[in-house]
Ligand binder design. Structure first.
Ligand code: SF4
Length: 513
């Protein structure tokens, strides 16, 4: 889910999110965070912001003038390292002009490229990895005493701080929150660097998660997104923890979650479906989303939980990656195209009005014309509402990066990419047009980025719906909107009625120092 953020500023260093601050008494130290990559990184950035604010810093109105700049990096995207070093070059000049400027580099690229980063960017004050986000402020203080600090943990420790959701938070959006249910990944997809930089799968205790969602709801949050690299395998490691516990009352046993372990009639460990059901039942939570589920681990119980719990949104992101069985095997995905389509059909049969999005990689090493034709055929049959399509690019440290002898000619890949785009755009447009004339329940996200006369909102199917309103509606407002027009990536409509105002309080930060 990508939210439009009203507080976006463009500066020489790139795009920063800036929280709107309406009133300020005395200048305190300021910070700006630039986030690269996925929601997991966005969520880590919220935690780093929370820690910095707990230390007395306030968000910078002008990122160019911030006292502390955090670059939260990602190594999934192509050229991520070049972009980072380019940004660090700008910051080096800025630091020469303002010696008080402090720079923190965190995230996947820092985890993966630690020595290179240290060698090429001696002006960075703190380098920290994916497992010690909670140490950001301590390390910043340490660097003031000792000079530049590098601290990377090779794995997460089983302690609350390892989970970003367990830290202080500065949420970007008041009515909506990310909840990290799991870190790391135990799969071995050959193109993916995540297991190397995020480590083994570690599930957060069930009871803790439910308690966090209850706290969020009490704070006025009505929409949550459960985050994990493979949410469908949530709890798998909790089974081990429970079995390995010598004493059922020990702390190890309770890692499965006090609310879970307390009832002996229950399964040995909670499933993702149980978590969906439990968080959906929290009073005040109206929308539950999650990302990302692995198709091989999509269980019937999850489909039932999505169907039976009204709060769970009618949207499933189910990454296909390829429609060719031989490429799926080379990718280590653990399913065939036929099995994927069966799971998709089961989900659509079980969940009313389900929208499905996907990820597809074009040009994986060894992809033949026949392999690609199969991908086109599966994509056409699946009729996705939305497809994120990517051209394969090798990531250092992954198995697929060693398949150089099988890399596909870039011109061939480019032509295939266009063909796939045509197929996925066609189905997206058809899916959107089919909604014209329907009344959708939406949550307002804010003023449209492209047209300030329009509001942007999200439907339960995670579709962007723009509409005009004679009165200003706060982000988080629920409304019903008649769909009157559609494109491949949006819907447009007319306000029917406002259903409910948001419950959260609008915070006006005031700093003193
Ligand atoms: S499931 Fe595969 S693609 Fe997803 S994070 Fe794990 S290894 Fe990477």
């Amino acid at each position: 889910m990508i939210h439009e953020c009203p507080g976006v500023a463009i500066c020489g260093l790139g795009t920063f999110r800036v929280r709107p601050v309406t009133f300020r008494l005395v200048t305190a130290k300021t910070y700006a965070i630039r986030t690269f990559g996925c929601q997991m990184n966005e969520h880590d950035s919220e935690r780093i912001a929370g820690l910095l604010e707990a230390d007395g810093l306030v968000p910078a109105l002008d990122p160019d003038a911030a006292d502390v700049v955090v670059l939260n990096t990602c190594c999934i995207r192509e050229n991520a390292d070049n972009k980072l070093y380019g940004t660090l070059g700008h910051l080096k000049t800025a630091k020469e002009q303002r010696p008080g400027l402090e720079i923190i580099v965190s995230g996947c690229l820092a985890q993966n490229d630690r020595e290179e980063l240290q060698r090429r960017a001696g002006h960075v004050d703190v380098i920290l990895g994916t497992h010690n986000v909670h140490r950001a402020v301590e390390l910043l203080h340490q660097s003031r005493e000792t000079g530049p600090v590098l601290e990377i943990w090779d794995e997460a420790l089983e302690e609350a701080e390892s989970f970003p959701s367990a830290l202080a938070v500065r949420r970007e959006i008041d009515y909506s929150a990310w909840v990290s249910i799991q870190i790391g990944c135990d799969n071995t997809c050959t193109y993916c660097i995540v297991p190397a930089v995020r480590g083994r799968e570690l599930s957060r205790p069930f009871g803790e998660l439910v308690s966090e969602v209850q706290r969020l709801a009490a704070d006025g949050v009505h929409e949550i997104t459960l985050l994990g690299q493979n949410v469908n395998s949530y709890g798998r490691d909790l089974t081990l923890a429970r079995r390995e516990a010598v004493d059922a009352g020990s702390e190890d046993a309770l890692i499965a979650g006090s609310q879970w372990a307390a009832d002996d009639s229950r399964r040995i460990r909670p499933l993702f479906a149980d978590l969906l059901t439990a968080v959906s039942a929290v009073e005040g939570i109206e929308r539950v989303r999650f990302t990302s589920p692995h198709p091989k681990d999509l269980r019937p119980e999850t489909i039932i939980a999505m169907a039976e719990n009204d709060a769970v949104c009618n949207h499933l992101h189910l990454p296909l990656q390829s429609g060719s069985d031989s490429i799926l095997t080379a990718m280590h995905r653990g399913y065939t195209a036929e099995r994927y389509l069966e799971k998709l059909a089961a989900a659509r049969a079980g969940i009313e009005d389900l929208a499905v999005s996907t990820d597809i990689i074009v040009g994986f090493p060894g992809e033949s014309e026949d392999d690609f034709e199969r991908t086109l055929a599966v994509a056409a049959e699946a009729e996705f509402d939305l497809a994120y399509t990517f051209i394969f690019s090798p990531r250092d440290g992954t198995v697929a990066a060693t398949y150089a002898d099988r890399f596909v000619d870039p011109d061939v890949v480019s032509a295939r990419f266009k063909q796939l785009h045509t197929v996925t755009e066609r189905s997206a447009l058809a899916k959107h047009r089919a909604r014209i004339g329907r009344v959708e329940e939406v949550v307002v996200e804010g003023v449209s980025r492209r047209n300030d006369q329009m509001l942007s909102s999200r439907t339960r199917q995670n579709k962007l719906l723009h509409f005009a309103s004679a009165t200003a509606l706060r982000p988080g407002t629920r409304a019903s909107v008649l769909v009157t027009d559609a494109g491949a990536h949006y819907l447009a409509g007319e306000l029917v009625e406002v259903l409910a105002a948001p419950r959260h309080r609008t915070r006006i930060p005031v700093s003193a120092g």
